[in-house]
Design a protein around this ligand. Structure first.
Ligand SMILES: *Cc1c(COP(=O)(O)O)cnc(C)c1O
Ligand code: SF4
Length: 337
């Protein structure tokens, strides 16, 4: 049963877990004892951007709760079809910063590698939901161009594995890619932006830890957790496996209407992260991506929530409130009201 307490068992193979993901509205709602009639679900939305929910994430949703903050992150709804002015397929203008397939280079000393087109979970608010991943799908030979680009970009000292979700790629490939990057002298750090340890905690397995710790590059993992309910014992155990190998773990969230849009909710998340020795890094203002305007929050409201958050947390547990503004040299921090 979805919400019964889960004993800590031997973790299943993450690829098996991934293949068992829920992909239909019926199964998702059925397992939570909810009906499509009470939620404005949409099959058209599924056709536009598939439904995908790993079972460990589903297990953390509350049955009988149509407002569950984990459910609302993944449920395809009618509002996605509403066209709203100002919401575009590529709100961050990544297309113009994609110098060669697989690279997004916007900031001076660091760049993103689109390591895997796939994600383990499809978040409805995702700003990459329209990303041309097919054009960025690469074979090892094609990765040579990306590696040459990094070799020639001597101002870069940090490579960020991104996606999609980079940890949806297999460890054999990731180990190879990381070895190639470690041979480039000016690269010091390897950052991995991933939601996989959250949605399928068994992803942090010996094969992953082997390559992530064998490299001379200093590894950092930035998780993506939006709500305290996403963290259960399996997630904290997977975070601990990372930390026990000396990997620093940070978290970033997106401020989302109906999911985490209150100071109390965000404070609970920060406290729970700290219990796991994870430092809150960024709280992103929503990127205006087409099909997800229903998650957006007015700037003035966001600033109010943030000011309230600052009033109830120590400074080190307050993530930086940022927005991605196309063509800026870094994220832009937003001052509270
Ligand atoms: C967010 C982002 C980074 C990382 O920025 P930090 O502020 O260092 O976390 C790098 N490249 C791109 C294209 C980004 O969007
Ligand atoms: S890139 Fe991140 S936010 Fe977007 S669907 Fe994948 S896991 Fe979710």
């Amino acid at each position: 049963m979805p919400n019964s307490p889960q004993p800590i068992t031997i973790t299943p193979d993450w690829k098996v877990e991934l293949s068992r993901s829920v992909t239909t509205i019926n199964e998702l709602l059925g397992s939570l004892n909810l009906s499509a009639a009470e939620l404005s679900t949409s099959q058209q939305a599924v056709a536009d951007f598939p439904l995908r929910v790993p079972r460990p994430f589903l297990a953390r949703m509350q049955p009988n709760n149509p407002q569950d903050p984990l459910l609302l992150q993944v449920l395809p709804v009618m509002a996605e079809q509403t066209e709203v002015e100002g919401y575009s397929p590529d709100p961050l203008d990544e297309a113009s910063h994609n110098p060669i397939a697989g690279i997004v280079h916007k900031y001076a000393n660091r760049l993103l590698l689109v390591v895997s087109p796939a994600c383990a979970i499809n978040c409805r608010y995702c700003f990459r939901r329209h990303f041309p991943y097919q054009e960025n799908r690469q074979s090892r030979e094609q990765w040579q161009d990306a590696l040459d680009y990094i070799r020639n970009a001597t101002e870069i000292n940090e490579v960020i594995y991104s996606g999609g979700d980079p940890l949806a790629a297999n460890d054999h490939f990731l180990a190879w890619l990381t070895e190639q990057i470690a041979e480039i002298k000016h690269i010091k750090r390897l950052r991995i932006h991933t939601r996989l340890p959250v949605v399928i905690p068994s992803r942090i397995d010996p094969a992953f830890l082997a390559w992530a710790t064998a490299t001379r590059l200093k590894p950092i993992v930035v998780l993506h957790i939006n709500h305290a309910n996403e963290i259960d014992n399996e997630v904290s155990a997977s975070i601990k496996r990372l930390q026990d190998c000396g990997i620093k773990v940070l978290n970033q969230s997106v401020l989302l209407r109906g999911i985490n849009d209150s100071a109390a909710c965000l404070a609970e998340l920060s406290e729970k992260l700290f219990d796991c020795d994870v430092m809150p890094y960024y709280l992103h203002l929503f990127d205006p991506v087409a099909g997800a305007s229903h998650f957006d929050i007015e700037d003035s409201h966001a600033k109010k929530i943030y000011a309230d958050l600052q009033a109830i947390l120590p400074g080190f547990l307050v993530p930086k409130l940022v927005r991605e503004i196309p063509n800026k040299k870094s994220k832009t921090t937003i001052a509270p009201e």
